[in-house]
Design a protein around this ligand. Structure first.
Ligand SMILES: [Zn+2]
Ligand SMILES: [Zn+2]
Length: 434
């Protein structure tokens, strides 16, 4: 033996979710997760979105094709493992949209009906150097509405997200929208952008120079301050789209006005993923710092067909849950957490332990929640434990209760006590009598 082994530690770029307030980050607290997930679930259900659960990893080629070969994700952030002689390698999903679309196509869901609204929630992965606010495992939630070009659907997805935010107490957010045109009109814009960039290209960063050749729109995504400043005078795609794209964009704006969702047109928004067409949007929180994006979404009318599915319009969003949890905290509306348990069961001595275990089981079977002591502690220590759990009632069995086949219950707040049958006690705790 070579001395004690070091304590196990979680991998860099990950976090633990705890059942108690402990960590300094909101994503470390279970209560926030439960509140957010239940908000997502209930809003999606009300709008007619159905949950899907694709696997956590897919064939690497799925992401290489759809996410785009020139995006940062594919270039350097994928969590890829070799397959063992099964061909294509596997990649832990860096986003869920490609897997969601694959799921719809592969399971022939479009043969059942042409229009689907689905939502998802779950961990994503990217293998990059960990930095503040960027995790290697992070949770994304999102919706995809597939099978329609209706601009009102773009509006609906934004309304869904706004409602999720409001339900978790994030009332302040800015909505910015733009149009990226369609394959028919984007070519002309690419040329205009190249013409603008070409004279200054030598002073742009290496990423930009590479993107100029392979995916010139992504030059507009550059975060290098010098480049971003120069890009401000670049031609705007929204000014150059075709009549169809312009009409769509105007219908989206009219729809947003009709439902009272405030927004601004921001010609600088160009989503990094290659598959976006027409509408793109972002929600940002004024309460967060530099990393203030709360969601990114938009239309991707060419993606489904490019993956072998029908030629249909689609629109959706994906949001990083950790960012939303931070906005929830900054909004000053911390999640309430779980309701307190109904009871804590206390045994006076060893003789009562079997009976109190049975009583707890009976109460749970009756729909009550609660716990009991498994550390053979004194009655006093058990009562302290009852207090600590926040239980509404202590349920006690001692020699007297054993003899009478009864239990004593005590309301923790106020201290009312009474000896009664277990059935009666269950009714009292449920609030069905008195
Ligand atoms: Zn167009
Ligand atoms: Zn650059």
């Amino acid at each position: 033996m070579s001395g004690p082994s070091p304590n196990p530690r979680r991998p860099e770029g990950t976090y633990d979710v705890l059942p108690v307030p402990h960590g300094s980050q909101p994503e470390e607290r279970l209560a926030g997760w439960l509140a957010l997930e239940s908000a997502v679930r209930s809003v999606c259900a009300r709008y007619g979105y159905q949950e899907i659960r694709p696997p956590l990893f897919e064939h690497t080629s799925l992401f290489a094709k759809s996410t785009g070969e020139v995006t940062d994700i594919v270039e350097k952030e994928m969590f890829t493992v070799p397959s063992r002689g099964e061909g294509d390698s596997y990649t832990f999903r860096p986003e869920i949209t490609p897997g969601a679309i694959r799921l719809l196509i592969e399971n022939r869901l479009f043969q059942q009906k042409a229009f689907w609204k689905v939502w998802y929630w779950g961990p994503n992965f990217r293998y990059e150097r960990p930095q503040k606010g960027r995790y290697r495992q992070f949770v994304q939630m999102g919706v995809e509405a597939v099978g329609s070009h209706d601009p009102l659907l773009d509006v609906e997805t934004m309304a869904v997200y706004a409602e999720i935010l409001r339900l978790v107490g994030v009332m302040k957010f800015d909505v910015r929208i733009n149009t990226m045109g369609c394959p028919a009109c984007r070519g002309g814009y690419r040329e205009a952008l190249r013409a603008f960039l070409e004279p200054h290209l030598a002073s742009y960063c290496g990423n930009c120079r590479r993107r100029f050749e392979r995916n010139v729109l992504r030059v507009l995504d550059c975060k290098v301050p010098e480049d971003a400043r120069r890009n401000e005078s670049a031609p705007a795609i929204a000014d150059q789209v075709c009549a169809g794209c312009r009409a769509h964009f105007e219908a989206v704006q009219a729809g947003l006005r009709s439902v009272g969702l405030a927004f601004a047109v921001d010609k600088k928004i160009v989503r990094g993923l290659d598959y976006y067409t027409r509408t793109v949007y972002e929600f940002a929180s004024p309460l967060l710092g530099a990393q203030n994006a709360l969601v990114g979404g938009g239309r991707y009318d060419t993606l489904v067909a490019s993956m072998g599915g029908p030629d249909v319009g689609a629109v959706g969003f994906a949001a990083g849950a950790e960012r939303v949890l931070l906005a929830m905290r900054e909004s000053g509306r911390p999640a309430a957490g779980l309701p307190p348990p109904d009871f804590f069961a206390v045994a006076a001595d060893e003789a009562a332990r079997g009976e109190i275990f049975l009583a707890a089981q009976t109460m749970r079977a009756a729909g009550l929640s609660g716990d009991l002591d498994y550390e053979r502690r004194s009655v006093k220590a058990q009562m302290r434990a009852a207090n600590k759990t926040g239980a509404r009632y202590a349920v006690f069995i001692g020699a007297e209760e054993l003899a009478r086949r009864a239990v004593k219950i005590k309301r923790m707040e106020g201290g009312d006590e009474g000896v009664m049958s277990l059935d009666e006690a269950i009714r009292v705790i449920k609030g069905e009598t008195r």
